[in-house]
Unconditional design. Sequence first.
Length: 241
Amino acid sequence: MTSISRQIRSRPDFKLNTKVFYKKHTWRVEFFQPRWREASSEIIKNSWYRNRKISDYLEYHELVSWKVRSDSSYFVYLTRPDRIPELLAQWGEDVIEIRGPINDRHQDIMLADLQVVTRKQLWYGQYRYKISSTQHGSTDQAVFQEMQEFCDESFEHGTYKINNVLKRSSKTAQQRLKQLQANYTTATGNQGNLFSAYRWMPYTATGSIYLINHDDVVTLHMMFKPHITSSQKVVTFDELE
């Protein structure tokens, strides 16, 4: 007998889910929701009534954690697929999309470690790990330059990749900015700041480093642990099969 989850995964409106919703839900069912300003009052009323019935159904039948959210669509979040067949039987004509894990092992991995990211392939096709640092304001963001320089000095070329935030924090990028400012002042005679109309770096910025080797991840944690806000590892769908 085909399992419920396998039946759902065979549907054309099923898509693989690569993250955990609200820290515990691995399944999401998306229902059509009319635009309040464009739809007729009758359609809006029917949609509201349907949402209420779905919520009542889950409250009565779903003993494990669930959640609903009304936005551009009406979303139902579940930790398991058991209730989905009944949702489809009663309100299937309004279903836009179902998202869920590729298999039970995929679900176990997603729930066991929220830092594990499931993707079709590695980042940029070769990097399994990603270390990120989110900082607020220029003082805290000074660490970006330290991280960029440390990678260049410590890791083998081709085994890591830095994002644009770290690239803009490098000494080379800063010197180029100063030269542009000097050229602007010379050409216009204007002492004002060429870049005063926008920030060279947004107040909140995230610097990310993509890595091939786990040892390099450990090294970064040893050097910048207080500044690291996220440490992720990719498990590809192929590796789950």
